[in-house]
Design a protein around this ligand. Structure first.
Ligand SMILES: NC(=O)c1ccc[n+]([C@@H]2O[C@H](COP(=O)([O-])OP(=O)(O)OC[C@H]3O[C@@H](n4cnc5c(N)ncnc54)[C@H](O)[C@@H]3O)[C@@H](O)[C@H]2O)c1
Length: 338
């Protein structure tokens, strides 16, 4: 344990009083704060952000203390878990501190803009056997469960995934060094969901391009053709050139079955015709409940641990590298057998 940090509070507050620290008071930090604060026996006790206005505003909503940085927060607070909702390039030292403290960790995707940082943290987290959850919230959609059930009887032979959207208006997002680019930062949800529904990717090819006047220094159009272990094939395209969200989801083709899955609905096309299923579950609330329940030692429904998210991160970083380089997608295997 790092000297100077208080010991984690698990067991001291009792099972009904889970104290959470939130690092990063931006868009998604606010969403988690909102959903955590509706759970019984959960308290967001502290919020850290170098933007004092943001830390203060979120903290005030739930009567938490605000800090200018996670270092001060961890020195001052006794916590049961830490949420890390910072931009991709800010990952690293904060996770290291959580590992030193043995503090259960919820980390927003992507794990980092690069692979090396995530591999290093993954190894530390694995060695420490730390409880982790990563914000691949599509995994908690009832629609994904339904699609998985339908595909159990007729495995997917093809997936066609698209994330065609605007560039979010945050300064770090369109900077390659800071976000890793759209495939890594955003379309990663599609690759992760494809891993759940179709299986592992063995290889393929990818190309990308920058458009005149495109945002920042990232590839603003990118497309990949991939093959899966099962023999299924897939195409994955992303662009951030549009004025608003245009098409975000996955189409799946199986013998006698077509699916169109978005974050909000599932269209099922089979021998009986087409039907539309609306989602009944708020996936962010569901992932927060699953994590808190695991922190309490009561549940094991965390669907993307750090190790599992790392498999998706290996895939998206290999697609992004191929699109920017020689075009060949070679998803790396785990660096060491675990
Ligand atoms: N799961 C999802 O669907 C989803 C949705 C949105 C964002 N995200 C992810 O969450 C992360 C943050 O995205 P966002 O939209 O909230 O960005 P944001 O820019 O709105 O918020 C990030 C916040 O982190 C703060 N910050 C930066 N460095 C920090 C540090 N060292 N310590 C504490 N705070 C720090 C910034 O000041 C900012 O307020 C990204 O990785 C993004 O991909 C996930």
């Amino acid at each position: 344990m790092a000297p100077g940090f208080p010991v984690p509070a698990v067991g001291k507050n009792g099972p009904m009083d889970i104290r959470i620290g939130l690092v990063g008071a931006g868009f998604i930090g606010g969403k988690h704060l909102e959903s955590l604060s509706t759970q019984d026996g959960v308290r967001v006790a502290a919020v850290a952000d170098p933007r004092a206005d943001r830390a203060d505003a979120l903290a005030a909503r739930v009567g938490a203390r605000a800090y200018p940085g996670w270092e001060q927060l961890l020195h001052a607070e006794r916590l049961d878990a830490l949420y890390v909702c910072v931009p991709p390039h800010e990952h690293g030292a904060v996770e290291d501190a959580a590992v030193d403290l043995g503090l259960p960790l919820f980390v927003e995707k992507p794990l980092a803009p690069d692979l090396a940082t995530a591999e290093r943290l993954g190894e530390r987290i694995e060695d420490a056997r730390l409880l982790t959850s990563v914000g691949y919230h599509w995994r908690y959609l009832d629609l994904v469960e339904r699609a998985r059930d339908l595909l159990a009887g007729a495995p997917a032979r093809m997936v066609r995934a698209a994330w065609l959207d605007k560039a979010p208006r945050v300064d770090w997002w369109a900077r390659q060094e800071q976000s890793g680019g759209q495939t890594v930062e955003q379309a990663t949800h599609l690759f992760d969901t494809a891993r759940v529904l179709v299986g592992e990717v063995t290889g393929g090819s990818a190309i990308g391009s920058r458009s005149p006047g495109g945002p920042g220094d990232i590839l603003d159009v990118c497309t990949a053709a991939l093959r899966f272990e099962s023999g299924a094939v897939g195409s994955f395209s992303n662009s951030c050139l549009l004025p608003r969200g245009f098409r975000i989801g996955l189409e799946l083709v199986a013998p006698g079955l077509g699916l169109w899955l978005t974050e909000h609905r599932l269209v099922v096309s089979d021998g009986d015709g087409d039907s539309v299923i609306e989602r009944q579950v708020d996936p962010i609330a569901a992932e927060d409940r699953a994590f808190v329940s695991a922190v309490r030692g009561e549940g094991d429904d965390v669907r993307a641990s750090y190790a599992e998210a790392l498999r998706t991160h290996r895939l998206v970083t290999s697609v992004a590298a191929a699109a920017a380089g020689d075009g060949v997608v070679r998803p790396p295997a785990a660096p060491v057998a675990r």
